[in-house]
Design a protein around this ligand. Sequence first.
Ligand code: GH3
Ligand code: MG
Ligand code: MG
Ligand code: MG
Length: 311
Amino acid sequence: MIGAHDFLPPELLGAQRPCLLVVDDEPLNVQALYTVFAKDCQVLVATDGESALALCARRQPDLVLLDIGLPGIDGFEVCRRLQSQPETRGIPVIFVTARDDADAETQGLSCGAVDFIVKPIHPAIVRARVRTHLTLKLQGDLLRQMVFVDGLTGVHNRRFFDERLDAEWGRALRNRTPLSLLMVDIDHFKRFNDQLGHQSGDQRLRQVAEVLRRCIRRTSDVVARYGGEEFACVLPDSEPEAVMLLGRMIVERVREDSGHLDPNHPSTVSVGVACKPADFAPRDGSYQDLLALADSQLYAAKAGGRNTLRG
Ligand code: GH3
Ligand code: MG
Ligand code: MG
Ligand code: MG
């Protein structure tokens, strides 16, 4: 990671360099900004507003340097649209523009930009301001990671699961859409730990989390470590038949994958499924009831011999 250590505190840098998106329709301006940051950052370029929005959604840059005068939608509108979408709201925007009037700066900041720089740029000043806002952005990312992600397996944690279940429950009632839960518990995991040690147990937990991540792929779905060797998944807008199929696939994949990795010690899981139908009324119950139902189905799967699902 050449140079980035001097530019940003090393504890904030992940495996990849921070990613900047430069949006400007004038090649000389793009070149000037590219030269300032190419050593420390991965630099993406867009020359109009629509492609800037598409790149932000797809690549999730850590910061956007945004011109105002652009072909098609202007920079203000780009900034507003970034702010209006949950996936891009967290990306800081700095306007870099030839407009040096207070009106433009007021409008830019009220659209949600974090800073406003007037062209022609002064490289050291742009670098310093970008460093400040990138640091804040990466600190925020790190904090969210620590608060919402399970350190051992890399899937979300219980805190995140609880918040999302609460939110998705509300949304599913309002929109009259189905909402499903999967509870997944590793079978005889105490025995596995006793026989092979806790480090192998931790490794197996990571493998099972990876299977869940591969099976459950929609961006609205949540996979979380719910407790020790128990995982929980929220699946918005999923019909019961599809969720049962998914549960069955998880049961099979865990058994197969763990058997491939260690033929002498395959693991199995038991799965409990609960679904709130689309036409469910609030008086019919709460998301705690749905959780309790998934949990009781999980226990039924255990009682039914493990390595299976109930729903
Ligand atoms: P069952 O099939 O009924 O679920 O049996 P089980 O042995 O899986 O269930 P039990 O609740 O008796 O034991 C769960 C075990 O999971 C006990 C604990 O040592 C292990 N475990 C929980 N968290 C971790 C962890 O972070 N790492 C490791 N290695 N083991 C863990
Ligand atoms: Mg322009
Ligand atoms: Mg278990
Ligand atoms: Mg358990």
